[in-house]
Design a protein around this ligand. Sequence first.
Ligand code: PLP
Length: 421
Amino acid sequence: MNRDISTKLFKQAEQILPGGVNSPVRSFKDIGETPIFIEKADGAEFIDADGNNFIDFCLSWGVHILGHNHPSIIEAVKKALDKGISYGTCCENEAKLADLVCSCYPSMDKIRFVNSGTEATMSAIRLARGYTKRDIIIKFDGCYHGHSDSLLVSAGSGVTQINEASSEGVPYDIIKNTISIPFNDIEMVKEVFANNKDKIAAVILEPIPANMGVIIPKDGYLESLREITQQEGSLLIFDEVISGFRVAPGGAQKLYNIQPDLTCLGKIIGGGFPVGAFGGKAEIMNLLAPNGPVYQAGTLSGNPIAMAAGLAAISTLIKPETQQLIQENSNHFIKQLTENLPAETTLNHIGPMFTIFFSKQQPQCFEDVKKCDFERFREFYKYMLESGVYLSPSQYEANFISAVHDEDVVGGVIEWMKGFK
Ligand code: PLP
């Protein structure tokens, strides 16, 4: 496969963009290659600058659950553009999209739109602290909640150990109130609560982690988190930026029948435009400015183009026929994948998302994922890329199946995969 033009474009980009990119994973650093540059995307596929075709399982990091360029989104955006790009004041679609989203999430009476998942989690934490009047938050190693300072924390070597910032530039004073512990270990959660009586504002997690690859919560784990947080007067925040509207229209909370206090959403709800959101019970949400003392704002929040795109995306997605398509496509592809996995790998999957781990054991937490054979993953990744299959370019990421990844589209993928030795 000739990728000369992409390579040239990347070299040019490196001159002016740090690392040649505007978000680090795009750089293919984990793969040891230079990234491909996309010329055009449609449905389940895209074409790169050299004219190569790829079947896309990254889908803009999980945004395009309907496939690229879904006609309903394109039409809605074109119509919205005719009416202006951004007003900086109110438009009807904000409340319409809010209604639609909240109707799928009984845990949310009210919602606020922001511009990214990062903003959603950052603001949800501020709100949780404002509501509980406590400072400490618990997060889990390997769960990613965007790049705000207080969430860029990696674990120390035990609950009593001091956590460390996972990025330079984050002062200890900011992360000293964040405790990061292993996912799927409920005893650890109990220990942290016992050691920090009446100090924990919230527990934030991806209920189905997807940022260390897809990890399945152990039976009863999410239920226990709900029970403990309730007993301790702390809020439970589900970051459903990835799982929301994906594993079910009502997200992981619907799948596991658990009502968190706050929910964060992103990706799918913007139909491909920069949108995030957080919501919960009115009693908590009413603390937000201008009603209450917790400040949060945004010049482009709820902007008309993003709201129109989100409305079109969600309205289409929650139709029974779309849900059926996604389910059929997922079932078919996951079955094929399971039967033809490369040697010494494990598949973690739920609904339309999956990760092939280069590990014989099924990873259940970040420490497990770190033990994968990364060299083998790299070889596999390059092999699949050469075959025209674009997977998320890291062992720590999830891959996604859309409403248009049907049997015809994915048929060849399994055949190519079988050739990997
Ligand atoms: N939360 C989760 C679970 C995510 O996967 C991401 C991004 O991938 C974020 C938050 C941050 O979202 P954004 O990149 O839109 O800031």
